[in-house]
Design a protein around this ligand. Structure first.
Ligand code: OAD
Length: 238
Protein backbone atom coordinates (compact mmCIF):
# COMPACT_ATOMS: atom_id res chain seq x y z
CA UNK A 1 0.00 0.00 0.00
CA UNK A 2 1.34 3.42 -0.87
CA UNK A 3 0.34 6.73 0.71
CA UNK A 4 2.01 10.10 0.28
CA UNK A 5 4.76 8.41 -1.69
CA UNK A 6 5.81 6.16 1.19
CA UNK A 7 5.26 2.48 1.59
CA UNK A 8 3.13 1.60 4.61
CA UNK A 9 3.33 -1.83 6.21
CA UNK A 10 0.48 -3.66 7.79
CA UNK A 11 0.48 -2.61 11.45
CA UNK A 12 -1.72 0.31 12.35
CA UNK A 13 -2.22 1.95 15.76
CA UNK A 14 -4.73 4.75 16.18
CA UNK A 15 -4.99 6.95 19.28
CA UNK A 16 -8.13 9.02 19.81
CA UNK A 17 -9.00 11.79 22.25
CA UNK A 18 -11.88 14.05 23.11
CA UNK A 19 -11.83 15.78 19.69
CA UNK A 20 -12.99 12.48 18.17
CA UNK A 21 -16.32 12.77 19.99
CA UNK A 22 -16.66 16.56 19.82
CA UNK A 23 -18.78 16.44 16.65
CA UNK A 24 -21.12 14.04 18.45
CA UNK A 25 -21.76 16.70 21.08
CA UNK A 26 -19.43 15.45 23.82
CA UNK A 27 -17.48 18.47 25.16
CA UNK A 28 -13.69 18.32 25.06
CA UNK A 29 -11.63 18.89 28.19
CA UNK A 30 -9.49 21.86 27.31
CA UNK A 31 -11.90 23.92 25.19
CA UNK A 32 -13.31 27.17 26.59
CA UNK A 33 -16.61 25.35 27.20
CA UNK A 34 -14.73 22.24 28.36
CA UNK A 35 -15.92 19.91 31.06
CA UNK A 36 -13.44 21.13 33.59
CA UNK A 37 -15.05 24.56 33.65
CA UNK A 38 -16.33 25.19 37.13
CA UNK A 39 -14.28 22.26 38.44
CA UNK A 40 -10.61 22.05 39.14
CA UNK A 41 -9.03 18.82 37.89
CA UNK A 42 -8.07 17.87 41.45
CA UNK A 43 -11.73 18.07 42.49
CA UNK A 44 -13.16 15.60 40.01
CA UNK A 45 -10.29 13.62 38.53
CA UNK A 46 -8.05 12.52 41.37
CA UNK A 47 -8.44 9.82 44.05
CA UNK A 48 -7.85 12.55 46.64
CA UNK A 49 -10.71 14.63 45.24
CA UNK A 50 -12.98 11.60 45.43
CA UNK A 51 -11.98 10.91 49.03
CA UNK A 52 -12.64 14.57 49.92
CA UNK A 53 -16.03 14.95 48.23
CA UNK A 54 -17.48 11.72 46.77
CA UNK A 55 -20.92 13.29 46.23
CA UNK A 56 -19.47 15.97 43.94
CA UNK A 57 -17.40 13.46 41.97
CA UNK A 58 -20.32 11.07 41.57
CA UNK A 59 -22.58 13.90 40.42
CA UNK A 60 -19.97 14.91 37.81
CA UNK A 61 -19.63 11.41 36.33
CA UNK A 62 -23.31 10.53 36.72
CA UNK A 63 -24.13 13.57 34.56
CA UNK A 64 -21.60 12.55 31.92
CA UNK A 65 -22.91 8.96 31.93
CA UNK A 66 -26.50 10.19 31.53
CA UNK A 67 -25.42 12.42 28.63
CA UNK A 68 -24.30 9.36 26.64
CA UNK A 69 -27.96 8.60 25.90
CA UNK A 70 -28.20 11.93 24.05
CA UNK A 71 -25.25 11.43 21.69
CA UNK A 72 -24.49 9.21 18.70
CA UNK A 73 -21.27 8.14 16.96
CA UNK A 74 -20.27 10.57 14.21
CA UNK A 75 -18.94 9.85 10.72
CA UNK A 76 -15.39 9.69 12.10
CA UNK A 77 -16.22 6.88 14.54
CA UNK A 78 -18.01 5.00 11.76
CA UNK A 79 -15.05 5.42 9.40
CA UNK A 80 -12.64 3.95 11.99
CA UNK A 81 -14.92 0.94 12.47
CA UNK A 82 -14.95 0.44 8.70
CA UNK A 83 -11.16 0.76 8.60
CA UNK A 84 -10.84 -1.96 11.26
CA UNK A 85 -13.10 -4.30 9.24
CA UNK A 86 -11.30 -3.72 5.96
CA UNK A 87 -7.68 -3.23 7.03
CA UNK A 88 -5.72 -6.34 6.04
CA UNK A 89 -3.08 -6.15 8.78
CA UNK A 90 -2.73 -5.65 12.52
CA UNK A 91 -5.01 -3.00 13.91
CA UNK A 92 -5.40 -1.46 17.35
CA UNK A 93 -7.56 1.48 18.37
CA UNK A 94 -6.55 3.09 21.67
CA UNK A 95 -8.89 5.70 23.05
CA UNK A 96 -8.48 8.12 25.91
CA UNK A 97 -12.23 8.68 25.76
CA UNK A 98 -14.48 7.25 28.42
CA UNK A 99 -17.60 7.40 26.25
CA UNK A 100 -18.83 4.34 24.33
CA UNK A 101 -19.07 5.89 20.87
CA UNK A 102 -16.32 3.79 19.27
CA UNK A 103 -17.98 0.52 20.24
CA UNK A 104 -21.42 1.81 19.25
CA UNK A 105 -19.93 2.58 15.82
CA UNK A 106 -18.71 -1.04 15.57
CA UNK A 107 -15.06 -0.90 16.72
CA UNK A 108 -13.89 -4.11 18.41
CA UNK A 109 -10.09 -4.06 18.66
CA UNK A 110 -10.34 -1.19 21.12
CA UNK A 111 -8.63 -0.30 24.40
CA UNK A 112 -10.11 2.31 26.75
CA UNK A 113 -6.84 3.34 28.36
CA UNK A 114 -8.55 5.88 30.67
CA UNK A 115 -11.43 3.58 31.65
CA UNK A 116 -15.11 3.79 30.83
CA UNK A 117 -18.02 5.82 32.12
CA UNK A 118 -20.23 2.77 31.98
CA UNK A 119 -18.10 0.70 34.30
CA UNK A 120 -17.74 0.74 38.07
CA UNK A 121 -14.96 -0.39 40.39
CA UNK A 122 -15.72 -1.64 43.87
CA UNK A 123 -13.00 -0.50 46.26
CA UNK A 124 -14.15 -3.06 48.85
CA UNK A 125 -13.71 -6.23 46.75
CA UNK A 126 -11.75 -4.88 43.72
CA UNK A 127 -14.47 -6.11 41.36
CA UNK A 128 -14.91 -4.16 38.10
CA UNK A 129 -18.31 -4.33 36.47
CA UNK A 130 -20.57 -2.77 33.81
CA UNK A 131 -22.60 0.13 35.19
CA UNK A 132 -25.66 1.78 33.64
CA UNK A 133 -27.48 4.79 35.11
CA UNK A 134 -26.52 6.80 38.16
CA UNK A 135 -23.92 5.46 40.59
CA UNK A 136 -24.04 7.94 43.45
CA UNK A 137 -22.71 7.53 46.94
CA UNK A 138 -25.17 4.79 47.85
CA UNK A 139 -24.22 2.34 45.08
CA UNK A 140 -24.26 -1.29 46.19
CA UNK A 141 -21.66 -3.64 44.75
CA UNK A 142 -23.43 -6.62 43.16
CA UNK A 143 -20.40 -8.83 43.88
CA UNK A 144 -19.79 -8.19 47.60
CA UNK A 145 -22.90 -6.17 48.58
CA UNK A 146 -20.80 -3.36 50.11
CA UNK A 147 -22.56 0.01 50.03
CA UNK A 148 -20.89 3.27 48.99
CA UNK A 149 -17.65 1.66 47.84
CA UNK A 150 -18.22 1.70 44.07
CA UNK A 151 -16.43 4.44 42.12
CA UNK A 152 -16.42 5.22 38.39
CA UNK A 153 -13.90 2.96 36.62
CA UNK A 154 -12.09 5.98 35.23
CA UNK A 155 -8.32 6.47 35.36
CA UNK A 156 -7.71 9.62 37.39
CA UNK A 157 -4.54 11.70 37.60
CA UNK A 158 -1.89 9.82 39.52
CA UNK A 159 -3.31 6.42 38.47
CA UNK A 160 -1.93 4.02 35.87
CA UNK A 161 -3.79 3.87 32.52
CA UNK A 162 -5.08 0.45 31.50
CA UNK A 163 -3.36 -2.16 29.30
CA UNK A 164 -0.17 -0.18 28.87
CA UNK A 165 1.87 -3.31 28.10
CA UNK A 166 -0.40 -4.22 25.20
CA UNK A 167 -0.43 -0.65 23.91
CA UNK A 168 3.34 -0.33 24.18
CA UNK A 169 3.88 -3.57 22.28
CA UNK A 170 1.52 -2.49 19.49
CA UNK A 171 3.22 0.90 19.12
CA UNK A 172 6.70 -0.63 19.12
CA UNK A 173 5.73 -2.86 16.20
CA UNK A 174 3.54 -0.47 14.22
CA UNK A 175 4.22 0.94 10.77
CA UNK A 176 1.68 3.72 10.92
CA UNK A 177 0.63 5.67 14.02
CA UNK A 178 -2.32 8.03 13.78
CA UNK A 179 -3.40 10.45 16.50
CA UNK A 180 -6.91 11.90 16.25
CA UNK A 181 -8.51 14.70 18.28
CA UNK A 182 -6.14 14.89 21.22
CA UNK A 183 -4.29 17.92 22.56
CA UNK A 184 -1.17 15.96 23.50
CA UNK A 185 -1.30 17.45 26.98
CA UNK A 186 -1.68 14.28 29.02
CA UNK A 187 0.94 11.55 29.38
CA UNK A 188 1.53 8.70 28.74
CA UNK A 189 -0.71 9.01 25.64
CA UNK A 190 1.05 12.23 24.62
CA UNK A 191 4.33 10.29 24.39
CA UNK A 192 3.08 7.52 22.08
CA UNK A 193 4.12 9.47 18.99
CA UNK A 194 7.71 9.63 20.21
CA UNK A 195 7.86 5.85 20.63
CA UNK A 196 6.28 5.35 17.21
CA UNK A 197 8.81 7.73 15.65
CA UNK A 198 11.66 5.98 17.40
CA UNK A 199 10.72 2.63 15.84
CA UNK A 200 10.43 4.24 12.40
CA UNK A 201 6.65 4.31 12.04
CA UNK A 202 5.06 6.98 9.91
CA UNK A 203 3.13 9.37 12.21
CA UNK A 204 0.03 11.25 11.16
CA UNK A 205 -2.02 13.70 13.20
CA UNK A 206 -5.66 14.54 12.47
CA UNK A 207 -6.90 17.34 14.71
CA UNK A 208 -8.75 20.64 14.77
CA UNK A 209 -5.63 22.47 15.95
CA UNK A 210 -2.01 21.31 16.02
CA UNK A 211 -1.43 19.38 19.25
CA UNK A 212 1.35 20.13 21.73
CA UNK A 213 3.39 17.32 20.15
CA UNK A 214 2.69 18.33 16.58
CA UNK A 215 6.36 18.63 15.65
CA UNK A 216 6.84 14.89 16.19
CA UNK A 217 4.41 13.96 13.40
CA UNK A 218 5.39 13.49 9.77
CA UNK A 219 2.13 15.13 8.75
CA UNK A 220 -0.68 17.08 10.40
CA UNK A 221 -4.08 17.49 8.79
CA UNK A 222 -6.37 20.06 10.38
CA UNK A 223 -10.16 19.87 10.44
CA UNK A 224 -13.14 18.35 12.20
CA UNK A 225 -12.86 14.64 12.95
CA UNK A 226 -16.26 13.90 11.39
CA UNK A 227 -14.93 15.25 8.09
CA UNK A 228 -11.19 14.55 7.91
CA UNK A 229 -11.26 11.03 9.38
CA UNK A 230 -13.66 9.58 6.76
CA UNK A 231 -11.65 11.31 4.02
CA UNK A 232 -8.38 9.83 5.33
CA UNK A 233 -9.91 6.33 5.69
CA UNK A 234 -11.21 6.46 2.10
CA UNK A 235 -7.73 7.46 0.95
CA UNK A 236 -6.02 4.68 2.91
CA UNK A 237 -8.38 1.92 1.77
CA UNK A 238 -8.47 2.95 -1.89
P1 OAD B 1 -8.43 17.76 25.10
O1 OAD B 1 -9.69 18.46 25.46
O2 OAD B 1 -7.20 18.08 25.86
O3 OAD B 1 -8.08 18.03 23.57
C1 OAD B 1 -9.04 17.88 22.57
C2 OAD B 1 -8.37 18.09 21.23
O4 OAD B 1 -9.36 17.86 20.24
C3 OAD B 1 -7.82 19.49 21.00
O5 OAD B 1 -6.51 19.41 20.46
C4 OAD B 1 -8.79 20.11 19.98
O6 OAD B 1 -8.12 20.97 19.06
C5 OAD B 1 -9.30 18.89 19.27
N1 OAD B 1 -10.66 19.03 18.73
C6 OAD B 1 -11.70 19.76 19.23
N2 OAD B 1 -12.79 19.61 18.47
C7 OAD B 1 -12.44 18.77 17.45
C8 OAD B 1 -13.13 18.23 16.33
N3 OAD B 1 -14.40 18.51 16.08
N4 OAD B 1 -12.45 17.39 15.49
C9 OAD B 1 -11.14 17.10 15.74
N5 OAD B 1 -10.44 17.57 16.77
C10 OAD B 1 -11.08 18.39 17.63
O7 OAD B 1 -8.75 16.20 25.15
P2 OAD B 1 -7.76 14.96 25.23
O8 OAD B 1 -6.50 15.23 24.50
O9 OAD B 1 -8.52 13.75 24.86
O10 OAD B 1 -8.16 12.14 30.95
O11 OAD B 1 -7.46 14.90 26.79
C11 OAD B 1 -6.66 13.86 27.28
C12 OAD B 1 -7.11 13.49 28.65
O12 OAD B 1 -7.18 14.65 29.47
C13 OAD B 1 -8.51 12.93 28.73
O13 OAD B 1 -8.58 11.55 28.39
C14 OAD B 1 -8.85 13.13 30.16
C15 OAD B 1 -8.27 14.50 30.40
O14 OAD B 1 -7.74 14.69 31.64
C16 OAD B 1 -8.84 11.50 31.89
O15 OAD B 1 -10.02 11.67 32.12
C17 OAD B 1 -8.01 10.55 32.66
Amino acid sequence: MVADGRRIGDSLVILTGAGMSADSGVPTFRAADGLWEGHRVEEVATPEGFARDPALVHAFYDARRAHLAAVEPNAGHLALARLEREWPGNFLLVTQNVDDLHERAGSERLIHMHGELQRGWCLACDHRLPWAGAMGEGAVCPACAATGQVRPDIVWFGEMPYQMDRIDEAIRTCDLFVSIGTSGAVYPAAGFVQTARYVGARCLELNLDPSQGSIFFDETRLGRASEIVPRWVDELLD
